[in-house]
Structure formats: structure tokens, C-alpha cells
Design a protein around this ligand. Structure first.
Ligand SMILES: [Zn+2]
Length: 63
């Protein structure tokens, strides 16, 4: 198996590890019904709305 010839520098090592946290989902879209921010291709967490219909029954919060 191939083995790295040289030890990676601290900055190379640290920047590689720092990339880990950046690989989280960053894209968000607004719900077309209630305007809440939601993940793309997911039903809205606030109103359970997805593609012109309610797909998830949401319980009223706080009531
Ligand atoms: Zn919504």
C-alpha cells in the first residue's frame, strides 16, 4: 500500500480536520406555504407541507 513520503505539516493536518465541520448541510429553502426555513426535498417542519399538499400531520406547539 502506498505510504505518504513526508509528514504533513501542522497546517495541512489542521485544515484537513477543520473541513469536517464544514461538510454539514448549508442549503435551506423557504416553505412556500408558511415561509419557514426548511431543508430542500423535505416536508416543512412547521406546517407539514410538501409539494402543494400536507404530508405530515403537525401537532400544534405550545397548546
Ligand atoms: Zn411550512
Amino acid at each position: 500500500m502506498a505510504v505518504p513520503k513526508k509528514k504533513k505539516s501542522r497546517s495541512k493536518r489542521d485544515s484537513r480536520r477543520a473541513n469536517h465541520d464544514r461538510l454539514t448541510l448549508r442549503s435551506l429553502v423557504k416553505c412556500s406555504r408558511c415561509g419557514a426555513v426548511r431543508l430542500p426535498h423535505r416536508a416543512c417542519r412547521e406546517c407539514g407541507f410538501y409539494r402543494d399538499r400536507i404530508v405530515v400531520a403537525t401537532e400544534p406547539t405550545g397548546a
